[in-house]
Every structure is written in C-alpha cells, then in structure tokens.
Design a protein. Structure first.
Ligand code: ZN
Length: 453
C-alpha cells in the first residue's frame, strides 16, 4: 500500500474521505467509528483514553468500512491528532489489508493507496512499509498448506527472503546436521520423506551497538502429525502452522537488514516435519542432543522442544547477549490465556522486561510465566538426563524449563505463541488465520535495544 503525504489534502467534493479527530465526549467509547453508507465519509474519533491496541483495532475497523465502500484509494484527513496515533491507525489498516488468496480464483479487495495530510516523517512511513512486508511474509508462510511448504521449500524461501533483504544465510543440510550430532532434529526427522534443514541467518552491520549477538531461535515444524503419539480428532487440522516461530525469526532478521538496524542479530531455524513412518521415533526412545545431553522421548508430539534444543545449543557458540526462542510449543500456553496474549518466561528479569515492553509497544502482549528451579524436577528422567514431557501440570513452563537447560552461555527467554500464531476468528486488529505474531515484537525489541552496562 502506497502512502502519500499531501499537506493540501482536504475535503474534496464527490470524493469520500476519512476524517480522524479528537473525541468530543471522553466519557463514551475510547474509539468511535461512524457507520458510513456508500456515499458518506467515515469519521474516526479517538479519545485520550486510547492506547496502542485500541488505535490499531480502530485501524482494522477502518479497513473493514473501506472494504464495504469498495474504496481502494483512501484519503485521510487528520484534525489535530498526534502523529504516533496516526501511525498506529495506519498500521492497523495495513495489517487488515492482507489476504491469503493464492488458491482462490476471485480477486481479493486490497487498498492500493492512502493519501493524507498528516505530517508523518518519510522514515516512519518506510519503517511501517518494511514492517508490514515482513509480517505479511510470515503470514504467507504460516497460511501455506503443508503440501506446498515442505522443509526444502521453506528453507529455500527463508534463504531468498534474507538474501534479498541484505542478511547472510547459511542453510545446513542433513550431512552437516548429522556431523553436528543434532539428535533432536535428526530424530524428529526420522519419519519424514524430506531431509531436515537448519537455517543460520545473520545481520551484522559494522555499526552494531552490541558485540555479542541477540540470537533468535524459531521452531520450524512444517507439519506436525504428532508422530506415533498421533494427534487425534481435529487437533491436527491447523498443524501446517507449527513453523510460525521460524517464520517470525526469518522475517525479523530480514526486517533488521532491510531497515539497516545497528543491531547484531542471528536467527536459527531448525526445520523438519513430524510424521509417521516405520523409522519414526517411538515413545521411550533415548536420543542425544547437540551438546551431548541425553533425552528420553516420552511423547513424540513434544517434538518442538527437541529441534529447538539443538538450535539453542548451537546458538551458544556465538556467545549470545541473549538467546530467545519462539515457538507454537504447547497447548498448555493456549489453554492458560487464550489468543489474547503469548506466554513468555525467562531467567533474566531486565531482558525479560524489555521483551514484555516491546510486546506492549507492538500490541503483541506477553504474559510472564515463572521459570523457577522447582519445575526442573518435573522433567527429570529415570534413565536419561532429561525427559521431553513433564506431565499434566505446568505444561508451558516445563517446556520452557527443558529449553533453558540448553542455553548454557547466555540469558534465556522463551515465547510460546501456540495460542496467538493462528486464530480462528477476527480479534482486535488481527484477522482470522495467520497473525505474523513475533515480527513486530522483535522489531520493537531490536529498535529499542541497549547493551547492559
Ligand atoms: Zn507436536
């Protein structure tokens, strides 16, 4: 969507416009959008009670009104509103202006351009466009069906995205992964017809403010059947989305490169599917991870932590400033708080607060779960160093505790997006389907990152 600044833009006869202004009655709704008919203007009133999520949601509602009016070239007249609010509003509009349409014959409704008199900086507009492009890329991958996005194809797309954005990419194939003894990734891959892959995506500008990289590790299970612990009923239906963490990581590194952020960041994306074949893992198997830790696999559907653990181990050789994993990891996270926020946990409060703050800035809210030592007892195995499942209690936390074990050289933070990566109905500024969660959060985190003294 093109954004054109024209300070002369004002009400034009015979042309529908959108007017955004301060609410006159603060006691009523925080945001108010008029119900326009086909001929009338849309009015958006914002009160001082609005926060970022309210305004982004108003932006999405605005998109829906324009869609009803079939207005593909929008005009926005701003009356005395701070530019931060306008940027949130346009962001909401742009997030709504997405559809996954490649398998449909009908053309989708798309807003092509927006002309406004708002005094926005060109750098803010460029940032927004790069950000939405990154989010849309992530959404596209998550929406893509399993038969169109296998391991090889996903790795290829990540490689293309990063190269085009200016980041460097290395994709490790099975031979290298075997030489590195990544038993988690190799074992989950045993039931697959495609070889596993591990992406290492790097943005390291000369003016980076951090010497030690921020490392993001994203789960890339392109399809999850559960393996021999097969998913029953309709629990398998949306399992094409189980690579949303890896998509968010790749999009975030690409965004950093595109925006030339002065941040040294590395993305690690272990990729495979989790399927059933005679060679696939069975419950009770013991495997060895990249750092030599032995793991008793008591549930083949708790496979995400196995591939992430190898990615997190591998990340330690870069001596990270912080290791952050992001994954559609546990149903427990989704059951606990629903699609309204993602779950976060970590062992460094200062960094954890920065990540939570970034989530608030992006309206990608995070709820902090504990990562206390007591939880480690729940993943002790009788016959190996760890087991990959901790029982019914605290399922999201025991998964995080399992991962923390492998972040030996750096503070560790884990984000569980099982409830937020893909939603089955519209919610606030998010439409049905893939949300691209994580990308705007990481963008904010990197943009506000400061090295600790
Ligand atoms: Zn699984």
């Amino acid at each position: 969507m093109k954004i054109i600044i024209d300070s002369q833009t004002k009400t034009i006869a015979n042309k529908k416009i959108t007017i955004v202004k301060k609410a006159t009655d603060e006691s009523k709704e925080k945001t108010l959008i008029s119900e326009p008919d086909n001929h009338s203007n849309i009015t958006i009133s914002l009160s001082t009670l609005c926060d970022a999520i309210d305004v982004r949601s108003a932006g999405y509602s605005w998109f829906e009104k324009l869609k009803v009016q079939k207005e593909t070239e929008a005009t926005l007249i701003v009356q005395d509103i701070d530019s931060q609010y306008i940027l949130w509003l346009i962001e909401g509009l742009m997030l709504g202006n997405y559809s996954f349409n490649k398998y449909k014959s009908a053309e989708p409704f798309v807003i092509k351009s927006l002309v406004t008199n708002a005094q926005l900086k060109q750098s803010d507009i460029t940032r927004l466009q790069n950000l939405i492009e990154a989010v849309n890329w992530a959404k596209d991958q998550v929406n893509e069906p399993g038969n169109k996005l296998g391991t090889t194809e996903f790795a290829k797309r990540i490689s293309q995205l990063c190269t085009q954005s200016g980041a460097t990419v290395e994709i490790l194939g099975k031979k290298k992964i075997s030489a590195l003894k990544m038993g988690g990734l190799l074992s989950v891959n045993l039931g697959s017809t495609e070889d596993p892959a591990l992406g290492i995506l790097t943005w390291k500008p000369e003016n980076a403010i951090n010497k030690k990289p921020i490392v993001l590790v994203g789960k890339g299970i392109v399809f999850d059947t559960g393996g021999y612990n097969i998913k029953t009923s309709n629990y398998m239906n949306d399992m094409k989305t189980d690579m949303a963490g890896a998509a968010a990581v790749a999009a975030s590194v690409a965004y950093a490169a595109k925006q030339k952020l002065p941040i040294y960041v590395i993305g690690i994306t272990p990729i495979t599917d989790n399927r059933l074949q005679s060679a696939a893992m069975v419950p009770g198997d013991v495997i060895y991870m990249h750092n030599g830790t032995s793991v008793e696999v008591l549930n083949t559907d708790a496979e995400g932590r196995l591939i992430l653990a190898d990615g997190i181990c591998y990340a330690q050789k870069f001596n990270p400033e912080v290791t952050i994993s992001i994954a559609t990891l546990t149903g427990a996270a989704s059951v606990a708080i629903g699609p309204y926020a993602s779950v976060v946990m970590g062992n460094n409060n200062k960094l954890l607060n920065k990540v939570i703050e970034a989530g608030n800035c992006a309206s990608e809210r995070l709820v902090n779960f504990p990562l206390w030592d007591e939880y480690a007892a729940l993943i002790k195995s009788d016959i190996a160093d760890l087991k990959n499942i901790g029982g019914r209690e605290a399922g999201a936390i025991t998964a995080g505790k399992f991962l923390e074990h492998f972040s030996t050289a750096s503070p560790f933070i884990h984000i569980d997006i099982a409830g937020t990566a893909y939603i089955d109905k519209k919610l606030d500024y998010r439409h049905k389907g893939a949300t691209g969660v994580g990308v705007r959060l990481f963008a904010n985190f990197m943009e506000n990152f400061q090295v600790a003294d």
